[in-house]
Structure formats: structure tokens, C-alpha cells
Design a protein around this ligand. Structure first.
Ligand SMILES: NC(=O)c1ccc[n+]([C@@H]2O[C@H](COP(=O)([O-])OP(=O)(O)OC[C@H]3O[C@@H](n4cnc5c(N)ncnc54)[C@H](O)[C@@H]3O)[C@@H](O)[C@H]2O)c1
Ligand SMILES: [Zn+2]
Length: 717
């Protein structure tokens, strides 16, 4: 569980970065278990909560979005057991929506993106989201030739032999169907078939299957198609990939064509013209859910017109023209046994509830977040009351909630059941890890007290220093093999001058210090001669390192991988970056302005970097580090061969053929950077009617300018 689960609105940039880093590994692990092995460790609601949390944090902190973000990935790598199938069109995931309000927002966002007035002119389809596994069926000349799982969206697993055992999937298509047709849909197991299968397992004294979805996936992804044949799988068609000749120009029409060609389609799909009607259908399906013979986990809304789907296009992992409105999560009552305080990498003290284990929506919950000390006390930092001022005490009967958008949390307390003598909780004012004073900062701008209490121990606090080092050697930073968490802790704990690692430069002096040491590393348990040599080699291999990794590794508050890349790309070399950051310390002048003008770097991030460079201890660590390590200069990568790849583009004035969002998304998809203001770094300014100062500035600087049509011609659309 994350050690920081307060409302996203209250997160500081550092906490956000910290949590995003946590979520990327955690989600990847669950993806592998779920998609790869059909053996998830946590429930889908828990997974979705983590995912949603990641999305919410990214939405609020776009500058912190990581290169390896889960929001850019689909599924998991295909298993090597099967032949790979390269999808003609990527198989993507779906964006999620968790409330009626968000569903309305989805509808509104479509109108906004298309630059239309939000009337009732657009049609949307609504259909159950089947909880199975997605499947691509490719027909050539009306014969089934390949069936593939989604895999990582680009490459799936060839399961054609298995799919041929499913009776309701047509092997051939009637005349009139296109020459090339890739139908996509969901393979699932009916609840009744699942119950029968488990009854049989029970009768044979064998272990039972957990749920229809994993059983369907496991049954299909079998080397022996006979196993699949014995499992009674089913299929619903709802989408498509490559189609040589489109039979319709709406989503609804496509599904009707599938039906006419013999594919099973879901009978609950409807088409509407307003958010109200979509929601009414959603709640109708929600009521019918227990009686359906297949598991569903929500309702999918899609823009009906295919030309608009094309205009709306895709984000990295999902279409912009669809969303899955998931069913809500549940609450349960239990006793609060205790409160643990966790200390994060930045010293934040987070209270975590230890609970009498309780099942919430099918999953046993033993811990839940309590956010921060104000949350426990029932009074916010502006004096506003939380839960009408009801505080939370150890021994209380509490309400635990697992919702779509958060990790399990305590939402309320039952006052009638408060045990006699339960005392108000007193939040520690000393760090439980190092004993240093723990304080709440006062925000200099707002004058408000920060909700988070932090350890002031800095480098002396094990929770922080060790975490800094672990971050430094982590995969996306220095990526030093053989120097994992366990080893870092070992070296950090050591008091031996020739063995200890307290700050990053110590890593690179270890081999030299060892030469004169009496305590030899290779004699210590867990380190053989070979592994020590390997470790030194791994360390030495990093004496030259990509600039963005170097910057990211420093662990500057708010500077995640994406920000580090932006910085590396903008400054080119460490010398230039370091010098500029020193100069920017005055919070004015060219260096400061330039830092702030980088698209994707906000003032909070800029301040954090500057503050970092103002701390002499940090400067010392960096200069020691530079004695050992050389950051390589960065070059501007060209991601595609489009004419605007690598160029910085500014849109100004009003655009007539596309909305701003659309223009930005399109430019970025072609490898361009879109900036908000014109500077010497700008390559192209696209100016529509009404363009003012930006256009003037571009002319002053001699930057290429063009109108919307010229731009469209340039990018060839
Ligand atoms: N428990 C875990 O550890 C764990 C791990 C990973 C994923 N998951 C679960 O898997 C899902 C996430 O994976 P995902 O990327 O497949 O996203 P998703 O299931 O949220 O949405 C995308 C998928 O929905 C399916 N779908 C079903 N009905 C559809 C319809 N009518 N129209 C369009 N698509 C439809 C498609 O297969 C599509 O690929 C979530 O439900 C998540 O909870 C769970
Ligand atoms: Zn501490």
C-alpha cells in the first residue's frame, strides 16, 4: 500500500512524485499477475483504485507524468508460450469513469473537444462492459485465419486453435462480409458454466476456481486446445480493427452488421442523445447486473459517429471517444485497532489505520489510510470541520470504504459505539524513525499550515537518506545492478569508514576505499568475490550517464523522470543546467525566466529546483558526485520522421478547423513540442485570426509563422 493516501488536492508535488513512483512498480506487478498469469493478488476494484489514483495525481501534476506511466501502457507483455501476433491496429484499453458527474463530464468533454455547443446533437452508445478478456478475430476472405489476445496492445498471443473450439464464434462469414475483417470483442465464461465447473471441481475434491474472468482467460490461454474445448467459453463482439470495407458509419451500425454476419452481440446496447439517458441506462443495467448470466464491471459509453471517433482519436492507451463507467465500490464497518505512522522519502508522516480484518466487496482489508492528523482530529487546517467534527479514536467502530478513486480509507466513525475511556488520538511530534522533531510547515504564500507533518531529520533520518539512495540507484535513475534495497540498507547501516554508503558519491568511492580496507567486502556474508567484482563493474559502468538520469537521480523535490527529461533537453549539458540553476537562485533574471518558460515546468517545480541548489549540502553532494561521474550531454531526440518532429510549436489566435486541444494533441502525436509562449526556442508559430502579442514577438525574433491552413498542409492533414 502507498504510504501517502490523502486527497489528491492536498498532495504536495513531492508527495505526488513519490506516490507516482510507487504506483508504477505496484501496477506493473499486478498487470503481470493478472494478464500474464491469470492469478491476481488483489481485486479489480483495488487495482482500479490504484490506477485511478495514478490518473488523478497525473491530472493534477502533469509535469510529473512519468515516461513509464501506467496511464500510457496497455495490459502486459504477451507470454512466450504462444506465437506472437502483431495487431494491424493497436488493441487499446478504456478510460474509466467512476461517478455520474464524471460521466456527464465525459459527454461535455466530447462536445468541447470537437468545438461544438453542448446540445443534444451527438449520439452515444451505452453497453455493458463485459468482464472477460479481449480478443481479436481476423477473417480473410470470410474465413477465420487468426485469433489473438490483446497482449501489450501491440503484440498479442496467437490462440487461434483455442478459439476454434468456441462454438458461437463463426469460422466462416456469409457472402457480403468484407474481404478483410478484424472483429474484436470479449471472450467470457457464463456465471452458470462457472458454477457448474466449480461444482465438478468440488465433487472431485479439487481446488475451486476464483472467478469467471480469470478462469476464462486461463482456459483460453492453454497450449492444449482440448482444455479450452471442455470449458464452454462464450463471446460478445463490440469492436473492430482492420476492415477492408466499412459496412456502416456509426458504432451502432457496425455492431448491427456484426450481428447480421453471425457474431453474438450484447442485447443491452442502446443509443442515446444525452448524458441523462446514458445514466438512466447505466442504472438500469446496474439493477439487472445480479440477474445477468455474465459478469460485468461497468457500462461503456462510445461516441456513435465514426467520423467523430476518428477526429477524437486516441490517447496513448485509450480512445478519447469512449469511457467505461465502472460500478461503485462498497463500505463496511470494523474496529480500529491502532494507528501506525509511516515516514516517506521526503519525511512526511502518514497515519495508517490498523483494522480488525474485514471483507469489503469481496476483499479482506486490514489497513486503510487516515490521510493526516487533521483528518483524524476532524478539524481541517483552516478550522473547517471534517465529518462534522467527529474525531477518530483507537478502539472506534469505523466505516471503511473501497471506492473507485481511492485506496481503502476510513470515511466515518460510529459515535454510539465508541468504547468508554477511548482517548483522543495524539499525533506524534517526533519522527518514529529517527526521533527528530516533526513539524508542519507554514506555506509562505497562503499563510496556511501544511496538512502534512514532516521529520526535520533530513540526512540523519534513515527513512529519508536510505530512500534517497534507493531512488538514486533505481531503475530509471542510475540503475546500478547488484545495488538493490537490501544492499543499500546494508551499506547505509555500516559504521566502517571503508564500507559505509551515506550519500550518492560514496557509491563511487567504495572500490577505492576497499583497496586499503581491512574489512573486505568479499568476506562479508552475501557478497562473494565474483559478486563484488560484478558490483564494481556495474558501478563503473555508470561513470558516464545520460543527463536526464543524472538529474532525476538527484531526488530533487517535484522532479520526476518527465521533468528531468524536459530539463535535460532544454539545457543540453550539466554545466549549462547547474550554472543556470545557481543563477536562477535570485528568482528573477534570464535564468529564472527561462526555467519557467519551459513547457511542462510550473512555478512549484521551478522553485523546488532552485531551492535544492540553494542548500549547500546538496551542492556539496553534487560536486563530489561530479568528481566521480560524467553526465552525458543530451541531444534533442527526433521521435518520428514527420516534418515537425522535434520542433517547438506555439498556437495563437483562434483556430477554425480544430480546437486547441485537438491541435495540441495532433502536433504532439507527430513528435512536436507545444509551448504556451514564444521564446528563442520556438520554431513555428501557428497564428489564427485575432493573434496578438505572440505573433508580434515571433516576427521580432524572426520565427517562422503560418496560418492554420499552412500548418495543416505542412503536417499533411
Ligand atoms: N486485480 C488485478 O490485479 C488487476 C490487474 C490488472 C488489471 N486488472 C483489471 O483489468 C482491467 C484493466 O485492464 P484493461 O486495460 O483491460 O482495462 P478495462 O478492462 O478497464 O477496459 C478495457 C477493456 O474492456 C473490455 N471491454 C469489455 N466490454 C467492452 C465493451 N462493451 N466495449 C469495449 N471494450 C469492452 C475490452 O477488452 C477492453 O480491452 C480492470 O478491470 C482492472 O481492474 C486487475
Ligand atoms: Zn526522521
Amino acid at each position: 500500500m502507498s504510504n501517502n493516501q490523502k486527497p489528491v488536492d492536498e498532495l504536495s508535488d513531492t508527495e505526488a512524485a513519490e506516490e507516482l513512483a510507487f504506483l508504477v512498480t505496484e501496477l506493473a506487478r499486478h498487470d503481470a499477475l493478472y494478464h500474464g498469469q491469470d492469478a491476481p493478488e488483489i481485486s479489480d476494484a483495488d487495482y482500479d483504485a490504484l490506477k485511478r489514483r495514478n490518473d488523478l495525481i497525473e491530472a493534477r501534476f502533469p509535469a510529473l507524468i512519468r515516461e513509464d506511466s501506467p496511464s500510457r501502457k496497455v495490459g502486459a507483455a504477451p507470454s512466450l508460450t504462444f506465437q506472437p501476433v502483431l495487431h494491424a491496429r493497436p488493441m487499446l484499453s478504456l478510460d474509466n469513469t467512476f461517478s455520474d458527474e464524471d460521466a456527464r463530464d465525459f459527454v461535455a468533454s466530447i462536445y468541447r473537444y470537437l468545438g461544438l455547443i453542448p446540445d443534444h446533437s451527438l449520439a452515444f452508445t451505452a453497453e455493458p462492459k463485459i468482464d472477460g478478456l479481449s480478443m481479436s478475430l481476423r477473417y480473410e476472405n470470410r474465413r477465420l485465419v487468426t485469433a489473438a489476445t490483446r497482449g501489450d496492445g501491440t503484440t498479442g498471443e496467437n490462440v487461434t486453435a483455442n478459439i476454434r473450439t468456441i462454438g458461437m464464434i463463426p469460422q466462416t462469414l456469409p457472402a457480403g462480409a468484407p474481404d478483410v475483417l478484424e472483429v474484436r470483442g470479449e471472450v467470457y465464461m457464463a456465471k452458470s458454466d462457472f458454477a457448474a465447473l466449480n461444482a465438478e471441481m468440488a465433487a472431485q475434491g479439487k481446488p475451486l476456481y476464483v472467478n469467471p474472468r480469470n478462469t476464462a482467460s486461463g482456459s483460453l490461454r492453454q497450449l492444449d486446445a482440448k482444455v479450452t474445448a471442455s470449458r464452454k467459453l462464450r463471446f460478445f463482439a463490440y469492436g473492430w480493427g482492420e476492415v477492408s470495407e466499412m459496412p456502416a458509419d456509426t458504432q451502432f451500425g457496425m455492431v448491427e452488421a456484426f450481428k447480421a454476419w453471425g457474431f453474438p452481440v450484447n442485447p443491452l446496447m442502446r443509443r442515446f442523445h444525452s448524458a441523462d439517458e446514458l445514466l438512466e441506462h447505466y442504472h438500469q443495467i446496474e439493477r439487472e447486473r445480479p440477474d445477468l448470466d455474465y459478469d460485468i464491471d461497468g457500462v461503456v459509453y462510445k461516441v456513435d459517429r465514426l467520423d467523430l471517433q476518428t477526429r477524437l482519436g486516441y490517447r496513448s492507451r485509450s480512445p478519447r471517444w469512449a469511457t467505461a463507467h465502472k460500478f461503485p465500490a462498497e463500505q463496511a464497518f470494523t474496529r480500529l485497532k491502532g494507528i501506525d505512522i509511516q515516514v516517506g522519502r521526503t519525511g512526511a508522516l502518514t497515519p495508517v489505520a490498523r483494522l480488525e480484518p474485514i471483507t469489503v466487496g469481496g476483499v479482506v482489508v486490514t489497513n486503510a489510510t487516515l490521510h493526516n492528523e487533521d483528518y483524524i482530529r476532524g478539524v481541517g487546517n483552516n478550522g473547517e470541520s471534517i465529518r462534522d467534527g467527529r474525531d477518530i479514536r483507537i478502539g472506534d467502530m469505523v466505516i471503511v470504504q473501497r471506492a473507485g478513486d481511492v485506496i481503502p480509507q476510513i470515511v466515518d466513525v460510529v459515535m454510539d459505539e465508541r468504547p468508554e475511556g477511548a482517548a483522543p488520538y495524539s499525533f506524534p511530534t517526533a519522527c518514529p524513525v529517527c526521533g527528530s522533531h516533526a513539524v508542519r510547515d507554514i506555506n509562505e504564500k497562503s499563510g496556511k499550515v501544511d496538512a502534512v507533518r514532516r521529520c526535520t531529520g533530513g540526512f540523519v533520518c534513515r527513512a529519508q537518506a536510505v530512500e534517497h539512495l534507493k531512488h538514486f540507484v533505481s531503475r530509471n535513475a542510475f540503475d546500478i545492478e547488484g545495488l538493490g534495497s537490501k544492499q543499500i540498507e546494508f551499506f547505509f547501516e555500516s559504521d566502517d569508514e571503508n564500507l559505509k554508503i551515506r550519500t550518492a558519491p560514496d557509491i563511487f568511492t567504495l572500490e577505492r576505499r576497499q583497496e586499503t580496507s581491512l574489512t573486505k567486502l568479499e568476506n562479508i556474508e552475501g557478497f562473494g568475490r565474483v559478486s563484488v567484482r560484478k558490483l564494481y563493474d556495474a558501478i563503473n559502468a555508470r561513470r558516464s550517464i545520460a543527463l536526464h538520469r543524472f538529474i532525476y537521480a538527484l531526488g530533487i523535490r517535484h522532479v520526476g523522470e518527465t521533468t528531468a527529461k524536459l530539463l535535460a533537453r532544454s539545457y543540453g549539458s550539466y554545466e549549462a543546467f547547474g550554472a543556470a540553476m545557481n543563477e536562477a537562485g535570485s528568482y528573477s533574471g534570464d535564468a529564472w525566466n527561462e526555467l519557467n518558460s519551459i513547457d511542462g515546468i510550473g512555478e512549484v517545480v521551478a522553485r523546488a529546483i532552485v531551492e535544492f541548489y540553494k542548500e549547500p549540502r546538496n551542492v556539496k553532494v553534487i560536486s563530489d558526485l561530479l568528481e566521480e561521474v560524467t553526465p552525458e550531454s543530451a541531444e534533442t531526440p527526433v521521435t518520428t520522421d514527420s516534418p515537425v518532429a522535434g520542433k517547438t510549436v506555439v498556437f495563437t489566435g483562434s483556430l477554425e478547423k480544430m480546437t486547441r486541444d485537438e491541435a495540441k494533441a495532433k502536433a504532439e502525436s507527430l513528435g512536436a513540442k507545444v509551448a504556451g509562449s514564444v521564446s528563442k526556442k520556438t520554431d513555428i508559430v501557428v497564428a489564427g485570426p485575432g493573434a496578438g502579442s505572440k505573433l508580434e514577438k515571433a516576427r521580432e525574433l524572426g520565427i517562422q509563422t503560418m496560418d492554420e491552413d499552412e500548418w495543416l498542409a505542412l503536417i499533411g492533414s
